[in-house]
Write a protein that binds this ligand. Sequence first.
Ligand SMILES: [Zn+2]
Length: 239
Amino acid sequence: MRYFELTEPEDLDNFHWSGSYRAEHPWYLPTILCPRCGAWGDMTAYPSVDLSALPEKDQLKSPWPQTREEYERRKALVLPFVPPEIQLEPGCRFGPLVGTAMGRFGPITAMPSWQVLVREDTLTALQEAGLKGIIPVRAQLRNRRTKELPQYELEARPLAKLHPACIQDRDWVPTCRESCGNSGFRLPPERWLLGEALPKDLDLFGVEGTTRIVVSERFVDTVNRLGPCDVVYREITVE
Ligand SMILES: [Zn+2]
């Protein structure tokens, strides 16, 4: 099986589709404010995590930076609602996208590349083809075009790892002395996946420590059958 990272097209003048949207997830973990590192966090979203039954959910309306202690307090509120394969990070978002949309959407939209939306007919095709690891959450997008098909965000859980050999020494962020918990690595331009950590038989997944979303060749073939798409697939090898 071959695998591909979703990336945005570079040639902005050659789009097939006019669709765009403005939408946010309803709940956040805060980013962390550290005297040494500044504010840090990431953009990973888990739309399937529904916090509507959480009594303290109104305390999760903002990603505004907080102390490590406050981050840990809010993380503890969210934890019971999160499946075990999701690792919570500062800045994580939860719940379905809510907002507005305009224009016409292609079979798949990935703008930005870490937010993947598919049309309802695309979702049906993926499900009928028996693809695995597809976690769709209907986006609540108001659209003046009443005939526009609903959009579904596909949740990518960080189930794969980059191969350690593709992360150079200079890419590692040294663990923070003020112990805000900041560590990790900058995304290496040349990268490949660690074979032994590859999730078995899944057609869509995230990559630990990054915002990258990877899909299988099966996924690409199924989506491409529905017509032209404004998404670029960059092959990522496995070793
Ligand atoms: Zn720090």
